[in-house]
Write a protein that binds this ligand. Structure first.
Ligand SMILES: Nc1ncnc2c1ncn2[C@@H]1O[C@H](COP(=O)(O)OP(=O)(O)OP(=O)(O)O)[C@@H](O)[C@H]1O
Ligand SMILES: O=C(O)CCCC[C@@H]1SC[C@@H]2NC(=O)N[C@@H]21
Length: 244
């Protein structure tokens, strides 16, 4: 059975980057609810200007959203996408306990990176969100080799990997459910679901941010989704950056 969602899915055989196409369409006025999937990406982009390998058999999808909210809420949407991704992946795994989330929005299987999320946004002159794009790459069939990094894919867990379009349907339905939940109950349920799959409290973490590194012990997520890091007798809220 196909789970229901309100996205309009467009499928391309190959694209340089689904996020590049969505950004162009967003600037041209495309409404909320578009999802672009490419079976193969030839110039996929990761966070921090990195590249993202996009072989056929993996999922490459970007959603366009236009929430009427201030720009400071954009990080909540990244965490919402990570939680929805975990909602979609966990039921497929023989052992869902190998799934973990790395702040802000990587998905790990057995500690190795299996999916990444690239959130991009454009602001209105008043500081609102004009558009928000959520690009998600999931290693379904293949775990590309990345020097110095451990990568994983769903097929590594012993399951027949889902076809990208079938997985996209489950993912879009999960995003829709989390979006509705947030509209009704606020950000708290997403925050709780992220914490349930995130690092254990007190884990030592180092966060890289604008070339500098802040280290401390994981103290949870703030109400807005910022990472809380305890060090030197104080708790610091880190709004952006990445875990080293
Ligand atoms: N399909 C893919 N699956 C997993 N990782 C990928 C994939 N394609 C590219 N990568 C690479 O994975 C790396 C990102 O992984 P991660 O965020 O865990 O690294 P990092 O620890 O932040 O990076 P760094 O190497 O700078 O320390 C990038 O180097 C990215 O290019
Ligand atoms: O660095 C990361 O962890 C984020 C990776 C995001 C990859 C996805 S694949 C679909 C979309 N299009 C892109 O060019 N990037 C994102």
């Amino acid at each position: 059975m196909t789970a229901a969602h309100r996205f309009c899915l467009r499928v391309h055989e190959a694209l340089p980057s689904t996020s590049d196409l969505v950004a162009r369409l967003a600037e041209a006025g495309e409404p909320d609810g578009l999802a672009v999937l490419a079976r193969r990406q030839t110039a996929g982009r990761g966070t921090q200007g990195r590249s993202w390998e996009g072989p056929s058999g993996n999922l490459h999808i970007t959603m366009l959203l236009r929430p009427a909210e201030p720009m400071r809420h954009a990080p909540q949407w990244s965490l919402l996408a990570a939680v929805a991704l975990a909602d979609a992946v966990a039921p497929m795994l023989p052992d869902p306990s190998i799934l973990a989330l790395k702040w802000p929005n990587d998905l790990l299987l057995g500690g190795a990176k299996a999916a990444g999320i690239l959130t991009e946004a454009s602001a209105t002159p008043e500081g609102g969100i004009a558009w928000l794009s959520i690009g998600i790459g999931v290693n379904l069939a293949h775990a590309p080799e990345v020097p110095g990094r451990r990568t994983a894919c769903l097929a590594d867990t012993g399951i027949a990997p889902p076809a990208p379009e079938a997985f996209a349907e489950a993912l879009l339905a999960a995003i829709d459910r989390r979006r509705t939940e947030r509209a009704l109950e606020g950000f708290a349920p997403v925050r709780a679901a992220w914490l349930a799959r995130g690092p254990a409290l007190d884990t030592h973490l180092a966060i890289r941010r604008q070339g500098a590194e802040i280290a401390g012990r994981f103290a949870g997520l703030a109400e807005d989704g910022s990472l809380l890091l305890a060090s030197g007798g104080r708790v610091h809220a880190v709004a952006s950056g990445e875990v080293a």
